[in-house]
Design a protein around this ligand. Structure first.
Ligand code: HOZ
Length: 427
């Protein structure tokens, strides 16, 4: 019996499902989840001492890889000074300044401990600012697990066919409108039906929670135009894309200025930290300046802020995103060739260092096409890759991440293994 198996049995006695976040339970792919004992660079080592090339990267934060020496050193220093004060520290200003300098639309920023808190605060701000109630999201986009946003949600909710969670009162869910990703007409229809009722449109400008889906040309600029026309606050959820596709995130890449932006993952360098930022006029509505309330004992925690600052220093080095783009393109190209050579029906979506291999479909650009993919085949592919030492997200509806410590050799190794698994899938 493997150590992971033993630990999983024990964990299930004390923790619902044995995990602290559902998708980690591997239910969509079968088998027991690996318990991880440590990470080093682009690899993780499980409880049985087996090493895997890691494409989960803690679901996105670890753009610098595991236990990067610069981050570890800074954390050690910070740790010696204390773990939490519940009072302001100078480091918070350093991180805030870095965020404001990097992300074009952010004039002021408030730090939180998780992406869920960041999106929840963004919605409250939008509602306070517009004095409206409804919000509009897109099917398959995931913005954390607050009540308003667990409606047609992606990520684990989609993986386990629970896009609408029980426990969310109908009165809350009814305030959330759901449009189709990459479909402006579906947004316009809602706006026309209720021209002064919608407080916010929230979108992942690059969708990473129904597998990776890229915005079509004109989708984001169209959203900006419609929201301006109807006086709606446009919120970009860049928890995944922020500092991932470039220092300025998706908004800089596509040259769109949202009103509010949510950040998480990379901005906390692997520690629990997220942020909501945007126009000064809206952000200054937050308590203690304004009437919109938000708070947190561990918000702006010194250790989390330190990891964030060091990670942003690392990604600010010249050539970072050029390198990540090259590796991502090499991976996508290699996988497409492997798919073609093995006669597999699958497609690869990729941007920069993010990619998803969708099975059983030729093209994926929204929730409807994502959910047509062959999740059984994905599960077999996943298991084949695990058996060969490659750790991928355990769901068709997640995104793989390449880090700065992956290299050409690792990409070649991954493509060769994928080709081998694909060949065997046909048997
Ligand atoms: N919602 C995360 C993936 N999109 C999963 C987080 C986790 O399980 O750690």
């Amino acid at each position: 019996m493997s150590t992971s198996h033993k630990l999983f049995l024990e964990a299930q006695q004390y923790i619902p499902g044995g995990v602290n976040s559902p998708v980690r339970a591997w239910r969509a792919v079968g088998g027991d989840p690996l318990f991880i004992q440590r990470g080093r660079g682009c690899r993780v080592i499980d409880a049985d001492g087996r090493e895997y090339l890691d494409y989960v990267g803690s679901w996105g934060p670890l753009i610098a890889g595991h236990a990067h020496p610069q981050i570890v050193r800074a954390l050690e220093e910070s740790l010696k000074r204390g773990t939490s004060f519940g009072a302001p520290t100078a480091k918070e200003i350093e991180l805030a300044k870095m965020i404001v300098a990097a992300v074009p639309s952010i004039e002021k920023v408030r730090l939180t401990s998780s992406g869920t808190e960041a999106t929840m605060t963004a919605l409250r701000l939008a509602r306070g600012y517009t004095k409206r109630t409804k919000i509009l999201k897109f099917a398959g986009c995931y913005h954390g697990h607050s009540d308003a946003l667990l409606v047609r949600a992606g990520s684990g909710a989609l993986t386990f066919s629970q896009p609408d969670s029980q426990g969310v009162p109908e009165a809350f869910a009814s305030q959330t409108l759901v449009a189709d990703y990459n479909n402006l007409a579906s947004v316009e229809a809602y706006c026309k039906a209720d021209p002064t009722g919608i407080a916010a449109v929230i979108v992942e400008p690059i969708a990473g929670n129904m597998g990776l889906i890229l915005p079509k040309p004109e989708f984001l600029s169209g959203l900006r135009k419609i929201t301006q026309e109807y006086g709606i606050v446009l919120i970009f959820d860049e928890v995944i894309s922020g500092f991932r596709v470039g220092l300025g995130g998706a908004q800089a890449l596509y040259n769109i200025t949202p009103d509010l932006t949510c950040l998480g993952k990379i901005v906390g360098g692997g520690m629990p930290l997220a942020a909501v930022g945007g126009k000064r006029e809206i952000m200054d509505m937050l308590a203690p300046l304004g009437p919109v309330y938000q708070a947190g004992t561990l918000s702006g925690n010194p250790l989390a802020v330190t990891a964030g600052v060091e990670t942003l220093k690392l990604v600010s080095a010249p050539g970072t995103y050029h390198r990540l783009n090259e590796l991502g393109a090499m991976m996508a190209e290699g996988l497409r060739v492997a798919v073609k050579d093995t006669g597999t029906l699958a497609c690869v979506n990729q941007i920069g260092s993010m990619f998803t291999l969708f099975f059983g479909v030729e093209q994926v650009d929204d929730y409807a096409t994502a959910t047509q993919s062959d999740t059984q085949l994905f599960a077999r592919f996943f298991q084949g890759m695990i058996a060969r030492g490659f750790y991928l997200p355990p769901s068709q509806f997640e995104t793989c991440f390449i880090s700065l410590v992956h290299g050409e050799a690792e990409v070649r190794e991954t493509v060769a293994a994928a080709k081998d698994v694909l060949k065997n899938l046909r048997l």
